[in-house]
Design a protein around this ligand. Structure first.
Ligand code: HEC
Ligand code: HEC
Length: 299
């Protein structure tokens, strides 16, 4: 237990604990008997008539105090607490956690294993596996993608057929969960003028049939061809290899307002999906893959 930065603090804590216990013992021991004459009426009075006899506390009461002291000492012998002394039971919170995880793995391991070699689409058709998938999703994915997996600004909807970086196949989904992914678009604030950004934003809006300034959109088409087509494609239908979304389908990860599009173009985008492969292990990723695949492929 290297919780202390040096031996001094360990000794300090031990001395402090030992002194506290010794002090408690002293207080209780010295109060076992009443000082002065037992049974004598004390001279002081309160509230005119309230008087006090000189009697020790009842025995059973004192024994309760002793009991708490012995409990404390026994606890410090068995469990960690006395400086860096680990206690004879060698209990640690990490050890307990590991034991519980082991037990859970033994209990649930075979359940996950049952699906390990099944095809993702077959797993997706199994109600029990989907129940497990749902619980896993709620534990690990919901905070970003939402309880209904419909996403939020910057977090993709997983229930539509629109995918940033692939075709939505089980392989794509599994790779994404295992390794995570990055969506990166460079900032254009040093490349385009404010007017050009406004133009290209109007052009992008026009592609999805949203209200726009026709003149600006016309000029924006030129800006798009020169700056954006490399990633989003000449027809703006996107490029899954680069994670560049289709800009013609009126499905928006960030939002469709002119101001939002200008902000995306000005500042660029850095979006990250964390990798879960190592953390969750293959079996759970497999079930999650089936669950996510099932969301947009209802049977
Ligand atoms: C910390 C937030 C966060 C968590 C937690 C998270 N994701 Fe994501 N996920 C994202 C972001 C952000 C993206 C988009 C990445 C990009 O822009 O390319 C994404 C993308 C995805 C995609 C690809 C979507 C597409 O359109 O191509 C899938 C599939 C996915 N996540 C599944 C999951 C699953 C399953 C979990 C739970 C194990 C999960 N995510 C947990 C943030 C998160
Ligand atoms: C280097 C490649 C690259 C270039 C160049 C690029 N983009 Fe992007 N763009 C991306 C990627 C990747 C994303 C997805 C970001 C994410 O995953 O959140 C994106 C997202 C967007 C979005 C958000 C879409 C949504 O659904 O909300 C808009 C709008 C956009 N780009 C417009 C443009 C415009 C306009 C230009 C040219 C001025 C441009 N992009 C140039 C890669 C690029």
């Amino acid at each position: 237990m290297a919780d202390f930065i040096n031996g001094f603090w360990n000794a300090y804590v031990m001395v402090l604990v030992a002194l506290s216990i010794a002090f408690c013992i002293f207080i209780i021991a010295s109060n076992m008997r009443a000082s002065g004459k037992v049974g004598e009426l004390q001279p002081h009075k309160w509230d005119e008539t309230l008087q006090e006899w000189n009697n020790p506390l009842p025995r059973w009461w004192m024994y309760l105090y002793w009991l708490t002291i012995f409990f404390g000492i026994a606890y410090l012998i068995i469990y960690p607490g006395f400086g860096s002394f680990p206690g004879i039971a060698k209990w640690t919170s990490v050890g307990q956690w590991e034991q519980e995880m082991k037990k859970a793995d033994e209990q649930y391991g075979p359940k996950f294993a049952k699906y390990r070699n099944m095809d993702v689409k077959a797993v997706a058709a199994d109600p029990e596996a989907m129940g497990m998938g749902k619980r896993l999703f709620q534990a690990y994915c919901m905070q970003c993608h939402g309880a209904d997996a419909r996403g939020a600004k910057g977090f993709p909807n997983l229930t539509d057929h629109d995918w940033l970086g692939g075709d939505g196949s089980p392989e794509y989904i599994k790779t994404t969960i295992t390794a995570g992914r990055m969506g990166v678009m460079p900032p254009f604030k040093d490349i385009l003028s404010e007017d050009q950004m406004k133009d290209v934003a109007n052009y992008v809006r026009s592609l999805s049939g949203l209200s726009h300034d026709a003149q600006r959109a016309q000029r924006g088409a030129q800006v798009f061809a020169e700056n954006c087509a490399v990633c989003h494609g000449p027809d703006a239908k996107g490029n899954p290899l680069l994670g560049a979304p289709n800009l013609t389908d009126d499905i928006w990860l960030w939002g469709s307002s002119e101001a939002q599009i200008i902000s995306n173009v000005t500042n660029g985008i850095q979006n990250r999906m964390p990798a879960f492969g190592e953390f969750l292990g293959e079996d759970k990723v497999h079930i999650l893959t089936a669950y996510v695949w099932g969301l947009s492929n209802k049977q």
